[in-house]
Design a protein around this ligand. Structure first.
Ligand code: TLP
Length: 344
């Protein structure tokens, strides 16, 4: 039986071109600044996002944490969505490691934070208060079903941040999915942010790695903070090489994942007991709801696992399915048939 693994786009394995590039990569000690392949990847990433510099880090989590540590310190407050990966899935590391205080505002279903909510959360100068330092956004938004933040919204939040002398960080783990869905240059999604992190290891299918992008002085300090976290890596060109292939060969094809997700959302919505929202499915993440009271999402996920369809419960009555380059159009049809059978 073919396993159809929709747990995450993180399950993607490196392509043959990546493996070849990894085997052939020129390497050096990157902590000493000697790895030409890492330098090449960082230069490509910075140029793609329209930023001065970039830093290769081990994971999306590390990219966010390094960014937050670089923007602020103990007792500073960060404004972040209550459904943000930074708030929800990162062990509170900004607080644990950096002493940063999270101030959540509700994520709207479209992944945005309401500008009025952001503004209301910004602290005045008062001896009782922490100092607001940073606003964090997420694009695409994972827990909001791969929702896309567009350039106009990002501009508005950027302008608000600047008017209060705050910084803006974008967790762009799936930023290229957003750019492809919107049909815009990824630079437009980075222009208003002081820092942007994006992942190579999700839909772009590299085995490891994320890039944090920003101004030259910001990235200089971020490099120190990566080392502080034990994140300095040595002959790491072997994985950077896969990252270069990811950026060169795997971006345009994300549109196919979005088409598959759309088909999946439409199909799920036709299965009695399930509700998906095709109109809200813009990228490669399908959030759907189990509306049958006799079954929990965990039970459904276990029953699907037994028939070779893997996906994750996503809290409450929701489940999440994520498309990626190892999932074909046939797999979508097959997954829908198996899910319909289990639900029946
Ligand atoms: N998300 C993972 C899980 O952690 C939930 C997934 O399967 O989607 N930002 C966003 C928006 C993410 O979705 C993720 C990973 C990260 C950051 C962290 O990236 P990694 O896993 O590389 O640390």
């Amino acid at each position: 039986m073919r396993i159809i693994d929709l747990r995450s786009d993180t399950v993607t394995r490196p392509t043959p071109a990546m493996r070849a590039a990894m085997a052939a990569a020129e390497v050096g000690d990157d902590v000493l600044g000697d790895d030409p392949t890492v330098q090449q990847l960082e230069a490509i990433a910075a140029a793609r996002l329209g930023k001065e510099a970039a830093l290769f880090v081990a994971s999306g989590h590390m990219g966010n944490l390094v960014a937050l540590l670089t923007h602020g310190g103990r007792g500073d407050e960060i404004i972040v969505g209550d459904q943000a990966h930074i708030f929800y899935y990162e062990q509170g590391s900004a607080a644990v490691v950096g002493g940063l205080h999270p101030r959540t505002v509700p994520n709207q279903p479209d992944g945005t934070l309401d500008l009025n909510h952001i503004e209301a959360a910004i602290r005045g100068d008062d001896v009782h208060f922490p100092r607001t330092r940073l606003i964090c956004l997420e694009n695409t938004h994972n827990r909001c079903g791969g929702a896309v933040l567009d350039p106009a919204y990002l501009q508005a939040v950027g302008a608000l941040a600047r008017s209060y002398n705050l910084k803006l960080h974008v967790d762009g783990a799936r930023l290229f999915n957003a750019a492809v869905a919107l049909g815009v240059d990824v630079k437009e999604l980075a222009a208003d942010a002081d820092s942007v992190s994006f992942c190579l290891s999700k839909g772009l299918a590299a085995p490891i790695g994320s890039l944090l992008c920003g101004s030259r002085p910001f990235i200089q300090q971020a490099r120190r903070n990566r080392k502080l976290l034990g994140g300095g890596m040595r002959q790491v060109g072997v994985i950077a090489a896969a990252g270069i292939i990811a950026l060169e060969q795997m971006v345009e094809r994300l549109a196919e994942d979005h088409d598959h997700a759309q088909r999946l959302a439409v199909g799920l919505n036709q299965i009695p007991g399930l509700q998906a929202d095709p109109a809200r499915t813009r990228t490669n993440i399908v959030m759907f709801e189990l509306v049958r009271p006799d079954l929990t999402p965990a039970q459904l996920a276990a029953a699907l696992d037994a028939v070779g369809v893997r996906l994750f419960p996503a809290g409450g009555r929701r489940l999440r399915a994520v498309t990626h380059y190892e999932i074909s159009a046939n797999d979508i049809g097959e997954a829908l048939q198996r899910i319909a059978r289990v639900m029946a």
